[in-house]
Ligand binder design. Structure first.
Ligand SMILES: Cc1cc2nc3c(=O)[nH]c(=O)nc-3n(C[C@H](O)[C@H](O)[C@H](O)COP(=O)(O)OP(=O)(O)OC[C@H]3O[C@@H](n4cnc5c(N)ncnc54)[C@H](O)[C@@H]3O)c2cc1C
Ligand SMILES: *[C@@H]1O[C@H](CO)[C@@H](O)[C@H](O)[C@H]1NC(C)=O
Ligand SMILES: *[C@@H]1O[C@H](CO)[C@@H](O)[C@H](O)[C@H]1NC(C)=O
Length: 450
């Protein structure tokens, strides 16, 4: 017989893609009372695009079909026709330097239509699904305090404003400077802090008339190929119904950027000098980058591989667990996969009805849930980080032993979209449940509770 219990209180720290997707998933379960604590005064995102691939879209629909509907309402879908086999082109990278200008280096394709979404628009859609009493703003976590860890011993979150909150379980989705990750790994662990990769991504838009003056008619030919070469990448295309031209420029091997100043002001003359020996069209795109505050530079940081994504009743998801360089456009998708696996495990195994199978304390169940989450999610999400970093090095001539010839790079980059895009999310959840149930059975046997 299941005893009526008070719902289990879960605190989610940080309301980005990961935290909000997790919260929306947990709202389904009457035995869970989840709350999100966000440092800012609202859920917001910087105005840039993100790719959420077929894997992420499947995960969204499994967490809550309304997330996928919101995504589909706001995503910008490609307008190129699919190829003869019905594949849409998701991302193409070609060489932007001699001797093999325009030769294909990388090409992602999929039967699902290609899309990008403005990050602020996706946050907006997620926000609409959040039950308002579960969202707490202006709560910057400064410390996690844990006692002895028993069921009757809640975890305390201490916020910058001096206020506190208690929870049975804490999940950190607090991004690249995660406080929860520090708590789990310890401040001195070598994997605790993200490191600067040396890459900086600049993004800007210019009026179409100006782009046309410089680029000619090529400015209005949608050309979704990123051009790469030694220490640089450039990407430009028409947007907002051809009224604007969007430009992204990535440079590599930059001087160190301080941890707390991740937004970088561009030095336009330096930027031009860096692309001096790229082909003419690339140089003209770089020339268009405005020398003012409308150009935003993001320093690219990466998390070293964590030995675990949890400790006790505290776990991490999203960038807090595995912040990745953006060179495979897959980081945000991993946050959604994390949220799916986590909410499904918590929803199923914290259900009091489960007591009729194996009686477990909340702490016992939580440890095995986190173990199952860690088992299926850590390797895959970490592989996205390491291969994205490798992709960045390959595309910029920084991978030891690999030349900048398109065919050499291409040989190292084939079939990457396969294991990212095609990963079956239903199977991933099943795999995690198997890990939990095996651990549960082992515990029951070991303690003669069978
Ligand atoms: C330049 C760039 C381009 C990218 N492009 C892509 C792309 O094309 N495709 C893709 O898939 N991914 C991309 N990514 C990665 C993607 O943006 C991230 O993986 C994703 O946003 C991670 O979501 P998150 O919720 O884990 O973290 P975040 O979005 O960082 O959210 C963390 C939240 O926690 C809050 N917070 C932080 N600290 C605290 C605290 N102490 N207490 C309380 N709240 C706190 C923050 O305010 C924020 O709301 C890119 C990243 C960068 C930098
Ligand atoms: C796009 O621009 C064209 C031509 O200027 C105009 O006819 C059309 O209505 C615009 N479409 C949208 C969605 O604004
Ligand atoms: C900008 O870059 C140029 C060329 O690399 C360099 O000479 C100049 O000192 C830089 N300016 C600033 C303000 O850093």
């Amino acid at each position: 017989m299941s005893s009526p219990r008070k719902p289990i209180n879960i605190a989610i720290v940080g309301g980005g893609f990961a935290g909000l997707a997790l919260l929306i998933g947990l709202q389904k379960y009457p035995h869970i009372d989840a709350h999100v604590y966000e440092s800012q005064d609202e859920f917001t995102e910087i105005g840039a695009g993100a790719v959420l691939g077929p894997n992420a879209q499947q995960a969204m629909s499994l967490i809550d079909p309304r997330i996928l509907e919101g995504f589909q309402r706001r995503a910008i879908f490609g307008f190129q026709e699919p190829n003869a086999e019905g594949f849409h082109s998701w991302a193409t990278v070609v060489k932007g330097q001699t001797p093999d200008v325009d030769e294909i280096v990388m090409h992602y394709k999929h039967k699902l239509k290609d899309s990008t979404i403005h990050r602020a628009h996706f946050i907006d859609e997620l926000n609409k699904l959040v039950e308002p009493h579960r969202a707490h703003f202006g709560k910057r976590l400064s410390e996690v305090r844990e006692g002895t860890g028993g069921d009757s011993d809640p975890i305390t979150l201490v916020f910058g404003d001096g206020s506190t909150a208690e929870a049975d379980i804490v999940i950190g989705s607090d991004g690249i400077h995660s406080v929860v990750r520090k708590h789990i790994l310890g401040v001195n662990h070598p994997a605790t802090n993200a490191f600067f990769t040396g890459a900086i991504a600049y993004r800007c838009t210019v009026p179409m008339a100006k782009a046309k003056d410089t680029l000619g008619e090529r400015a209005i030919q949608p050309q979704f190929a990123m051009k790469c070469g030694k220490d640089g990448m450039v990407f430009g295309f028409p947007m907002s119904n051809f009224s604007l031209y969007y430009i992204a420029v990535v440079t590599f091997n930059n001087a160190p950027v301080p941890h707390d100043q991740w937004k970088v002001k561009p030095n336009v003359s330096d930027l031009r000098a860096r692309f001096a020996d790229f082909e003419d069209f690339v140089r003209k795109q770089v020339e268009l980058v405005p020398d003012d505050s409308s150009t935003l530079g993001w320093s690219i940081w990466e998390m070293p591989p964590a030995p675990t994504y949890f400790n006790g009743r505290v776990a991490i998801v999203g960038d807090a667990a595995h912040a990745s360089p953006p060179f495979q456009g897959a980081g945000a998708g991993q946050s959604i996969e994390d949220a799916l696996v986590m909410e499904q495990l918590l929803g199923k195994y914290l259900d009091p009805a489960r007591e009729s199978i194996h009686p477990l304390t909340t702490t016992e169940a939580t440890l095995m849930i986190f173990q199952a989450y860690d088992t299926v999610r850590r390797f895959r999400s970490q592989k996205v980080v390491t291969t994205s970093a490798e992709t960045g090095r390959l595309l910029s001539g920084n991978e030891p032993g690999v030349s900048l010839h398109a065919k050499d790079i291409h040989a190292r980059l084939t079939d990457r979209e396969q294991w990212i895009f095609e990963h079956d999310q239903v199977q991933q959840v099943k795999d995690a449940k198997h890990v939990f149930e095996e651990a549960e059975l082992a515990l029951a046997r070991g303690s003669n509770r069978l």
